[in-house]
Design a protein. Structure first.
Length: 290
């Protein structure tokens, strides 16, 4: 095929992953699997019947592309009890059991009150048709109206609303006739494996247990990062400390809104580490009782 077959395979595999991102939702696992099997069969038969290595190699490379597509689609297939299958487009008021999986991602005013946001691993959702809980799984982002800090590993019973992230508004046409695309918040969160948004307040939250299925290494890491953040904020002017904390720790919570807006407009906001992925935004107060 080539003097460096692994390099060629890697290139075509990457092409397949890129292609998978542009496929419509109507293209499913069985369709791609059929294409892969056909290409492999054609490559094998052509090599056996005609001895044409060039043609068989072309079909073999095509099969590699669609095999990558197959893996991509399979990675996005969730079990029947996944939260993405449970929620519709309307918000649902119910009770949810789950685990805090990160320090506070944000802590900011909302309608005159302080709201803290965390990553939340859902374990069960109350069955509206009965008294028990359905085994519903998946990751959510929970916003709690509270000034209290909840810790990584806290298992909570939450009464509030749960919904899917909103879809973008229909793009409007500009005077030149070109469509202006809207930001797809749902897609943005789903790339981080977040499929639901939960809203509640402190009076509707019951802590069932602490350190539930927590990773000791992560817990220690969050403690060290929180101490670093507090040292930065305390020793430096507010805006300078917030900027350094955002750069080094991925903690944008203290970054003033006008700075966030300026960075977004200038197109450099992406230089800050993603706080949802790194889970670094936390307050030292959360560990005061450890």
């Amino acid at each position: 095929m080539h003097k460096r077959p692994l390099a060629v395979i890697a290139v075509f595999f990457i092409l397949g992953i890129v292609l998978a991102g542009f496929l419509p939702d109507s293209v499913g696992f069985p369709h791609v699997l059929a294409v892969v099997l056909v290409f492999i069969a054609v490559s094998f038969l052509d090599s056996r019947l005609h001895g044409n290595d060039n043609t068989s190699n072309i079909f073999l490379l095509l099969s590699i592309i669609f095999f990558a597509v197959l893996l991509y689609i399979n990675s996005n297939i969730f079990p029947n009890n996944h939260i993405s299958h449970f929620l519709g487009e309307e918000k649902l008021k119910t009770s949810i059991v789950g685990i805090i999986k990160s320090p506070a991602l944000t802590r900011k005013p909302y309608y005159g009150k302080i709201n803290s946001t965390y990553l939340f691993e859902i374990e069960g959702v109350k069955d509206i048709r009965g008294s028990g809980y359905r085994n519903i799984r998946g990751r959510a982002q929970i916003r709690i109206e509270t000034e209290k800090d909840y810790g990584y590993g806290d298992r909570l019973l939450v009464r509030g609303t749960i919904k899917r992230p909103h879809l973008p508004l229909t793009p409007t046409l500009s005077p030149s006739g070109r469509g202006s695309s809207s930001f797809n918040y749902r897609e943005y969160l789903e790339r981080q494996n977040i499929f639901a948004l939960i809203n509640t307040k402190e009076t509707n939250v019951t802590v069932i247990s602490h350190n539930y299925k927590s990773n000791p290494f992560l817990k220690y890491t969050y403690l060290v990062r929180a101490r670093l953040k507090n040292q930065i904020i305390e020793k430096m002017p507010l805006e300078s400390g917030a900027f350094l904390s955002a750069i080094l720790l991925g903690d944008r919570a203290e970054l003033p809104k006008h700075l966030q807006t300026a960075f977004k407009k200038s197109g450099v906001y992406h230089i800050f580490p993603n706080q949802n992925r790194q889970k670094l935004n936390y307050s030292l107060k959360s560990y005061a009782t450890l």
